[in-house]
Structures are given as structure tokens and as C-alpha cells.
Design a protein around this ligand. Structure first.
Ligand SMILES: *Cc1c(COP(=O)(O)O)cnc(C)c1O
Length: 367
């Protein structure tokens, strides 16, 4: 006899994050994890420098942070639940509402956590085909069955960078049963145009089955602190608050998160840097023969002829001190995801990819 975990857990591969080191390269450009190349706000860094008493528990309700989030976004603080990364909110939703026999829809090349969090509960995740690497509402709705309990949609999606508009999201929601939760993951929301981004907060407020999640790991540059949040209908907020650890957000994260919110200029600067260099990289890569799809996030997808080429390019880039994210686990073995970096990183990536293309062309007798 030995202990046996719940059904589903041993079917999951452990999550493997983006590489962060290359043998023989002292300080590589890490373009594999969609971190903010400008770092965190100076306000957040100053908050982290402030002494605090580590013997005292943090505020288990994250009150100041939730009030700050509510004020900034025009939301009801009671319906905000903070998480140890937005991953925790996704996992809590799965734990609370899914189990064996339930089905969960996610798009074909979706963020891996959706599949893992679902499997951990014994539920069955279902990968729904995309159209041109974009979620397709009709295909998603066609995959709904009486067993469907949750639909995860990252908007924009990681790793494809593609996005659905508000009308599509409304139509997707309208096609789901009232007992199916639509989870809108806005991890890259801050990189989108604030005037047109379909945040989904209005849907959360009008319905009992829509949740939006956000993170401080990407544009806010606080990935190390593990801080995210969900905006939920009241009943779902009450469920997540029962299920979560009572002190799931640590004191440095509470302090830095609140300070970061107060520095929206840093978000604006980060968005502008990202847009400028994302368009530059896409254009430059277009000039050397890649067709880079438009991305709404802080990364681009670089597609190669096949998986071997992509693997060769990944090794070539790493040797040049530029670390991309290989996407085999996302069902895109022929592509690499490249996070938008500092100017130096972006130029190094272009230079390495240019040399890779020239070397490949020479080897194949082209050019
Ligand atoms: C990075 C990412 C997250 C969240 O990360 P946390 O660090 O756990 O907040 C969530 N969803 C998507 C699509 C992401 O890319």
C-alpha cells in the first residue's frame, strides 16, 4: 500500500517555465518569460525598501490593495479576490467548481495552467481548435456539452498574442449555460490600448458566471512577488475567499503592489516601450523573411518552416545570449515566443535571427 493522489494529478506534466540561463553566457537577455524589461515602478521598489516587521502576519483581506484596485478600475472592492499570482485565482476557480466528469474548454494554444489546474481536480480539459492562431467563438460554442463547467480564455492569449473583441466575448458568454464559468484572463491587459481593451468587468457585474483575472507579474514588473487578482460575482468571491489560504498574499507583495498601482505613469511608459519595440521587431523580422503576426501582448511569435528549424534557432539564439521560449508544450513546435525586451535585447535578438537566417540560407544554397 502507498498513498495515491486524486485522479488526474499523475496525468499532468509539471509546469516548465521559460529558460533563464545559458551555459557559458554570463548575462543573457531573458526573452522567455514575458517579464517587463523596464522592471518594476520606482514606487514599488521604494515600498520594498521600507522596513516591516516580519513577525507580524500580513492583512489577510488585502484591504488596502483591493481598495486601490477598485478605485483605479472603477470596481467594487468586495468582489476583488487577491491571489498568490493570478495562477492562484485560476487554480482556486478550478478547485472550487471542477471535478471528475466535468469538462473545461480552452483554446488550442492556450496558457498551460488552464489544462494543469483542470486536471488537478480530475476534470477533463478540452483543447478547442483556433482559427489563424486566434480563438474562434463558434468553434468554442460548438464544443460545449452538458458537462462543460468552465471556459478559460486569455485575452490577449499567451503564446499567440491574438485577441478577441468585446462583441465576440459577449457572444461567447451568451452561448454558455448559467452554471458554466467564463474566465477572462487579462494577464496582458495593461499592454493593450486602454480605450478599446475589452476588460470584461461589465460582464462580471451583470452576470453570475464571469470572472476576470489580472496579474502584477507582467506590465507591473513584480513577477517575483507573486501577486494577482480576480474580479468576481459576489457568490464566487465568497467561495474563493473560503478556499484560499488566509494569508495568501505576503506583506512585501501587498506593499509593493499598492505602490505600483499609484504609479500609472510607469505602466504608460511600459506600454509605449512595448508597442514601439514590438512593431519594430515585427517589421525588422518581416524584412528578413519572417511573417510575424500582429500581437497585442508583450511578446511576438516567430514562426519557422518546421520544428527542427525552430529548435535550431532556439539553440542559435541561446548561444548568442538571447533566450526565447520554445513552444512545443503549447502545440507550436515550429515557433518561438520572444518577449519584447530592452532596446539592447531587441537589437541582439534581431542580429542573432538575421545571422541564423543567413547561415541557414548558405547551408541550403540559397541567398
Ligand atoms: C503570465 C500569465 C499569467 C500569470 O501569472 P502570475 O504570475 O501567476 O500572475 C496568467 N495568464 C497568462 C495567460 C499568463 O501569460
Amino acid at each position: 500500500m502507498k498513498p495515491v493522489p486524486k485522479q488526474g494529478i499523475l496525468d499532468m506534466p509539471a509546469y516548465v517555465g521559460g529558460r533563464d540561463a545559458v551555459k557559458g553566457v554570463a548575462e543573457p537577455y531573458k526573452m522567455s518569460a514575458n517579464e517587463n524589461p523596464l522592471g518594476a515602478s520606482a514606487h514599488a521598489c521604494a515600498a520594498l525598501e521600507k522596513p516591516f516587521d516580519p513577525s507580524i502576519y500580513p492583512d489577510g483581506h488585502a484591504t488596502a490593495l483591493r481598495m486601490g484596485l477598485a478605485e483605479l478600475n472603477g470596481l467594487n472592492a468586495d468582489n476583488i479576490v487577491c491571489g498568490n499570482g493570478s495562477d492562484e485565482i485560476l487554480q482556486l476557480l478550478a478547485q472550487a467548481y471542477l471535478g471528475p466528469g466535468d469538462e473545461v474548454l480552452h483554446t488550442e494554444h492556450a496558457f498551460l495552467i488552464y489544462k494543469l489546474a483542470s486536471r488537478a481536480t480530475g476534470a477533463q480539459p478540452i483543447a478547442v481548435p483556433e482559427t489563424a492562431l486566434t480563438a474562434n467563438v463558434d468553434t468554442l460554442l460548438a464544443a460545449v456539452t452538458p458537462a462543460t463547467r468552465m471556459v478559460f480564455l486569455a485575452n490577449p492569449n499567451n503564446p499567440t498574442g491574438t485577441m478577441l473583441a468585446q462583441d465576440d466575448i459577449v457572444r461567447l458568454h451568451a452561448g454558455l449555460g448559467g452554471d458554466t464559468i467564463l474566465v477572462l484572463d487579462g494577464a496582458y491587459a495593461e499592454y493593450c490600448d486602454p480605450q478599446t481593451y475589452p476588460a470584461g468587468f461589465d460582464l462580471v457585474e451583470r452576470h453570475d458566471n464571469v470572472v476576470t483575472t489580472r496579474t502584477f507579474s507582467k506590465a507591473y514588473g513584480l513577477a517575483a512577488l507573486r501577486l494577482g487578482w480576480g474580479y468576481c460575482p459576489p457568490d464566487i468571491a465568497a467561495v474563493l475567499n473560503r478556499l484560499r489560504g488566509p494569508f495568501n498574499i505576503n506583506q512585501p507583495a501587498l506593499a509593493a503592489g499598492l505602490a505600483a498601482l499609484e504609479d500609472q505613469a510607469h505602466i504608460d511608459t511600459s506600454r509605449a516601450h512595448n508597442t514601439q519595440w514590438r512593431e519594430w521587431l515585427a517589421q525588422q523580422l518581416g524584412g528578413i523573411g519572417f511573417s510575424v503576426r500582429s500581437s497585442f501582448a508583450n511578446f511576438i511569435l516567430v514562426e519557422f518552416e518546421n520544428g527542427e528549424q525552430a529548435a535550431a534557432a532556439e539553440a542559435f539564439l541561446c548561444a548568442r545570449g538571447v533566450i526565447p521560449r520554445g513552444l512545443t508544450a503549447y502545440g507550436l513546435p515550429h515557433a518561438l515566443r520572444l518577449s519584447i525586451g530592452t532596446e539592447a535585447a531587441n537589437r541582439a535578438a534581431l542580429s542573432a535571427l538575421t545571422d541564423f537566417v543567413n547561415q541557414t540560407d548558405a547551408a541550403e544554397g540559397r541567398g
